[in-house]
Design a protein around this ligand. Sequence first.
Ligand SMILES: [Cu+2]
Length: 579
Amino acid sequence: MREKCIILLLLLCTLVSAKVRKFELNVSRASVNPDCSTSVDKLVVNGQFPGPPIRVKKNDHVHIIVRNHVHNETTTMHFHGINQIGSLEADGMPNVTQAPIQPGHEYHHEFQVIGQSGTYFYHAHVGLQEDTIQGPFIVYDDDDSWPEESNHHHHHDNHHHTLKDGPYKYDDERVLMLSEWWQQTAEARVAYVMGDNYKGSVPADSYLINGRTIHNTSTAHGSCKKYSAIDVLPDKTYRLRVIGGLSFSTLGISIARHTMTVIEVDGNLVKPYETNYLQVTSGQRFSVLVKTDQAHESYFIGTKPYYSQASSSNGVAIFRYVKHASSVDRQLGDRMFDAVAKNATVLDQPTFPASTSQWIFPYLQPVKRSHLDFNKPPDRTIIITPVEKKMKDNTTRWLINDHLAPHWKTPLINQLKAGTRPAFNMTAVALNMENKGDGYDDHLQTYPILHDEIVDFVIHTTTLGPGACIGHPWHTHGHPHYTIAHGPGAYDHKRDASIRSYPTPIERDTSFIFPDDSRLTMGQGGGVPCGWTKLRFHATNPGLWAFHCHITSHMLQGMMTVLEVATDRHHNAHQHHQH
Ligand SMILES: [Cu+2]
């Protein structure tokens, strides 16, 4: 009992010492030209693309005002990977956790970043807006890992203050935000994705690192911003925070002649794992340690699309060694670099190996062991099979287990508060437990999940046509998950239930469902399962949590659902209001 009191007191102290940090994110239309081709009007945050980084500390209370200055579109903001424990209304999911923010209006997000630190990002969650409405969201574990805070005490820091995070020590950090750029307007892209002329995903025109690249080096004019330069000092160790602000591609990223040591995935520290390149899917984040132990002035950072019809990428940045701390530019993407003129000093292009199913994920190990026993069977298993279908009106939609994505007119949170939402009941759960239903509740139009339930989600990827299998990055709101198994073809519960292909599962919020068509015969048509991945999920955070493919166009076409976790227990409808 006494130990309990002491632990409670410690917890109280941590919570009390947490700061309130306030931010304003203004969404507006701006003319941008990130790839040195033509300027296009797109929606951006605070006039910037990518948006400004938000930096907070673990357990901080965060107040963020999102203002919609766009006269003809609604918007919302999601804080990707933040669990929003007890703060459902801050999750930014339109028509689920809030009404979309109308033109001229604002929304106040108030949440505490309980127990989480690491690399996250914020992005819009309406239409395809997150193509350009996005920015880094970094949570420092404490002052030891926060460069600015720890440097406050060292005014002239040519001598260096070492940063620490868990077992890791490094000299400084840099953010590399990956995104994709379509030169067409967002309106045209939405019209194509949702319209009756859709003929499959169209890869991006450019791949951006910190919002920049050069689409065509021979026509790039002098005034454009060209490549981003990542400035580093020699003989140091850097933590690179790599953010997959991607809308479609899984992008390889590599630095010529430099090895990366992976130390963080989706906000969770992992044991060091050396690799020459990262495979970053839409919504994923990594931290890697890189030693600046090479002799030349600058090196290419290159990218390569994987699992996509696009075979090459123009996404390039420069890893640039500078001699003095005073000439280091620490601003995110704020430095232009004319690689065309300085080509002579730039060495080697990085190389990329062929794709491999699961990449390095099965070998990663958490620094902090999970409380879950992954060898035990779950309380139940929900099998999800998304299939792309041509509808009667010739539009293309993704149906999950034949359920068409619902369109809620009254946000689910408002239905809950007003008491007009159909009652949370056990029927769908009970049928699912007897393997008689897929767990979906047709009245709620969600997957109801009980408090404290351990659910395994088996997610299939299916063919888009004869022999064509592509992967999908699935993202959970409100809770993390653990990838524990995968296999080819269709999942068979009797045969496959006890397969564990991940010996040391790590906590994540975005997992790529790798295509695995080794059981396919090429003649088969569309909609055939061509690989599955199993995610384990422990329901601890009551709420209405989106669960979707992070390829934005797929999500818009219906590859998304809502996990309704113990909403019979949800009772904290306070604090958040639209003005
Ligand atoms: Cu998808």
